[in-house]
Design a protein around this ligand. Structure first.
Ligand SMILES: Nc1nc2c(ncn2[C@@H]2O[C@H](COP(=O)(O)OP(=O)(O)OP(=O)(O)O)[C@@H](O)[C@H]2O)c(=O)[nH]1
Ligand SMILES: [Mg+2]
Length: 472
């Protein structure tokens, strides 16, 4: 169940309750098994999300373009990703070269250093930045004698740990299977060769997905499973689309909160609506979209949706799997693009987010840039960002600074109702008057002997329903 599962009547008529999202964190750290995945295909597709096991990792990265600072930022982000996955980062190693080595990712001298680093730190996993070829992973495993995973596997692993709704879990499993499918040849044998070694358990990063050796024995079944997941996701999307259509019919404008992971999207939703959504200083805390209702000063209702954060080089399989979730943003009336102004590279984050927005066809939606964490950001950085992005609003979800201005900007940027009319609504139709209050911009309102006389700007759907009461 996602938070989308409310109906429109509820949306218009009731306040949302506290939804217990704060308990997410406790949930997330406990043992979980995905329901509904173990029916027909017991032997291959049983997916177990094991209890978070702290892994001892070292990071390896090839730095091809950009400044030293870019390289440092990239490594800091990889560290944060690894920690989010529950690992302890023991060391890292960066190599400057124009291309990764086709056989071993790092050049041979660096591979020798990596082997030493693994031994010296007693690490059990190497995480390489970027997306590696199966052969590169295999060769590095042969040399280091520990498990080697890439950035894509790491992100998939975080998503697997964080997925909560049935839809989110299905989406992550689909992405994991797509990723594994391309790497079957490279993985299975390699890991079984190492049976008895430290990686034999198959737990931890890259091992939390579908079991590799079993999968290798039946590739066809992966395809069956993928088809099944696709079907299931299509059905779920149909349900979601039904709700969206309902909202469109009632013409409730929607605002989607997008932005880089950890930018403060959930904090902002909480600040704007008191929603009680999980906030965590971790990457990809939010995977399931949460929708809350809000109101403009003149009482028009709109929805605010918080959704999964973006990251540089978001794995393509994940974007594909999460397409229907992400596409919600493409259908919004307004995007609040939240930026962490205290991040070392906010412009890089903005660019990465826009790349994903382009990929999901959301560039046509009006965007309001929100520079968040103003309480922590350096003034010079905020000034530079404002100069580059005129129209951006500076806020702090933490202190509340700028929130009033933001609300006003949302008001102003929401689509305004198009149809100007005067209606005389009989007292028996209080429901219509109520909807006018909630969706229209009211010019004047007067109680007369025959009913309520209202002059207002309303949206076309409501104008149609009011046709018989029009006086002008
Ligand atoms: N100092 C400061 N910290 C903030 C502010 N807004 C959010 N944070 C912190 O930033 C971290 C991430 O906040 P979230 O709201 O979970 O960010 P998110 O964008 O929803 O992150 P994901 O769901 O993981 O993509 C948390 O530790 C917040 O407390 C702010 O205005 N100032
Ligand atoms: Mg969030």
């Amino acid at each position: 169940m996602t938070d989308h599962d409310f109906d429109n009547a509820e949306l218009l008529d009731e306040e949302f309750d506290y939804d217990g999202a704060q308990d997410d964190l406790a949930d997330r750290h406990s043992l979980r098994r995905v329901d509904g995945l173990r029916t027909e295909l017991d032997d291959v597709t049983e997916v177990e999300y094991r209890q978070l096991r702290l892994e001892r990792v070292v990071l390896a990265s090839v730095w091809a373009t950009g400044s030293q600072e870019d390289a440092d930022n990239a490594l800091a982000e990889l560290t944060l990703l690894a920690e989010t996955a529950g690992s302890e980062v023991l060391g890292s190693l960066v190599q400057r070269r124009s291309h990764p080595d086709p056989a071993t990712y790092l050049g041979s001298g660096k591979v020798a250093e990596l082997v030493e680093l693994v031994q010296a730190t007693d690490a059990d996993t190497v995480v390489c930045d970027g997306e590696l070829e199966p052969a590169q992973l295999r060769n590095l495993e042969d040399r280091t004698k520990v498990k080697v995973v890439d950035r894509t596997a790491l992100i998939l692993d975080i998503f697997a740990q964080h997925a909560k709704s049935a839809e989110g879990k299905a989406q992550v499993e689909l992405a994991q299977l797509q990723y594994l499918k391309q790497r079957l040849r490279g993985w299975g044998g390699n890991l079984s060769r190492q049976a008895g070694g430290r990686v034999a358990g198959g737990a931890g990063i890259g091992g939390r997905g579908p079991g590799e050796t079993k999968i290798e024995t039946d590739r066809r079944r992966i395809h069956t499973r993928i088809a099944q997941l696709r079907r299931r996701l299509r059905d779920m999307d149909a349900t979601r689309e039904g709700k969206r259509a309902e909202r469109r019919r009632n013409q409730v404008p929607s605002v989607a909160i997008v932005g880089y992971t950890n930018a403060g999207k959930s904090s902002l939703l909480n600040r704007l609506t008191g929603a009680g959504v999980l906030v965590e200083d971790a990457l990809f805390a939010t995977l399931d979209p949460t929708t809350r209702r809000s109101e403009t000063d003149d009482g028009r209702v709109y929805t605010l949706t918080d959704t999964v954060g973006f990251v540089r080089h978001l794995p393509h399989d994940l974007v594909e799997a999460f397409r229907s979730t992400l596409e919600e943003s493409a259908q919004a009336d307004l995007l609040l693009h939240v930026v962490d102004a205290a991040d070392p590279d906010p412009e890089g984050q903005i660019a990465a987010v826009r790349t994903v927005l382009a990929e999901i066809g959301a560039l046509h939606v009006p965007e309001l840039l929100v520079l968040n964490k103003a309480d922590r950001a350096e003034e010079a950085v905020v000034l530079a960002l404002r100069a580059n992005h005129p129209g951006a609003v500076v806020v702090s979800a933490r202190t509340g600074e700028g929130i009033e201005e933001l609300l006003q900007r949302i008001d102003a940027d929401l689509p305004t109702p198009e149809v100007q009319l005067t209606v005389l609504v009989p007292y028996s139709r209080g429901d219509l008057v109520d909807r006018i209050h909630r969706t229209a911009v009211i010019g004047s309102l007067e109680h007369t002997g025959e009913g309520t006389l209202i002059t207002a700007r309303v949206r076309p759907g409501l104008a149609d329903e009011l046709a018989e009461f029009r006086r002008g």
